[in-house]
Design a protein around this ligand. Structure first.
Ligand code: SF4
Ligand code: SF4
Length: 321
């Protein structure tokens, strides 16, 4: 990625009074153990989001900024709890939220759930599918079956189009060493099935994973994740940013504090980023490369390519699945 592309993202960042994107962890459990994810070595307790916590958050988002992009995962697979997921969606819709989004590994998005999914109020579902060939896909998506995931996503696309549902369906490809030669085949496959295709770089998750992204620190920009996005773990704790996957640097709890006040508390870090005073960022930011990954290529079927978009506009890459 060149400096102009990063600076184009940086130009979209500023002081936001409320997060542009909000991720709430429906469950911290997962059925996979992907190699590019921090979940396989996650130490914090795993549990499931109490519906009442979502209600509290949804009510505030609806009152303050109903267009906020809401995501129902941070670290975990939401379709392990499909009834809760659909209930949360329905509640979000009932209070007027305008952007309800799901990120999934796709293994459990089976056809028996498709009609409920298409009717639950979701605006977008993203399938994390990092490969076209079975060998590379299953190397990275450990415990997944490439053919099951492809079948689930293809059948959902067909059912969506059959019913004329407005649900946006996207497949997301994380480029890594052993799948990079499959990108063109992948694009053609999914565009032909009426999916939006997104191709993105790998996250380091706060510097925990080696990504091989060769971008110089001299080209550093304010971290788009820190500036645009807020996360709430299933137990209500709020980490400093998406790189704080264990909540080692948590800044309060959504059970006890308003999202507005929690976001304000995190403002001290956003100010440092925006001032480009990088030496004074917390230690984790010095090894994390996720500030480099705020852009992606997006292709729409029968439409124009969208090579780079600012993270907070319509991009959906923070969640793990
Ligand atoms: S660069 Fe810093 S603020 Fe951004 S994700 Fe990494 S650790 Fe978090
Ligand atoms: S990337 Fe998603 S599906 Fe894979 S281990 Fe992480 S949370 Fe689970």
């Amino acid at each position: 990625m060149s400096t102009p592309e990063l600076e184009r993202i940086a130009a979209t960042l500023g002081k936001f009074h409320f997060p542009k994107k909000f991720a709430i962890e429906l469950t911290a459990e997962c059925n996979l153990a992907c190699t590019m994810c921090h979940h396989p070595f996650m130490k914090r307790p795993k549990g499931t989001l109490p519906f009442e916590l979502w209600q509290k958050c949804a009510d505030e988002i609806a009152a303050v900024a109903p267009k906020t992009e809401v995501w129902f995962s941070f670290c975990g697979e939401p379709f392990l709890e499909p009834e809760l997921l659909f209930r949360c969606m329905d509640y979000g819709r009932s209070v007027g939220l305008k952007s309800l989004n799901i990120n999934t590994n796709g293994m459990l998005v089976t056809p028996d759930l498709h009609d409920d999914l298409l009717n639950c109020g979701a605006h977008l579902i993203v399938f994390g599918i990092d490969g076209f060939k079975k060998a590379s896909f299953e190397k990275y998506r450990v415990n997944a079956d490439r053919d099951v995931v492809y079948d689930n996503a293809e059948r959902l696309l067909a059912r969506r189009d059959e019913l004329g549902s407005a649900l946006a369906i996207q497949t997301q490809f994380i480029v890594m060493d052993e799948n990079e030669d499959e990108v063109e085949q992948y694009k053609a496959h999914w565009l032909a099935r009426n999916a939006v295709v997104k191709v993105r770089r790998q996250l380091s998750w706060g510097g925990q994973l080696e990504t091989g992204l060769g971008i110089s620190q001299d080209d550093r920009i304010p971290c788009p994740w820190a500036i645009t996005m807020m996360h709430v773990f299933w137990d209500g704790r709020v980490p400093r940013c998406s790189g704080d996957t264990e909540g080692e640097d948590f800044h309060g709890n959504a059970w006890h504090d308003s999202l507005t006040s929690l976001w304000a508390r995190l403002g001290q870090y956003r100010d440092i980023h925006l001032a480009r005073d990088y030496d004074n960022l917390p230690e984790r930011c010095h090894t994390c490369t996720d500030w480099m990954t705020g852009a992606a290529e997006r292709l729409r079927p029968n439409s124009q390519d969208v090579p780079v978009e600012p993270t907070w506009q319509r991009l959906n890459v923070v969640q793990s699945s």
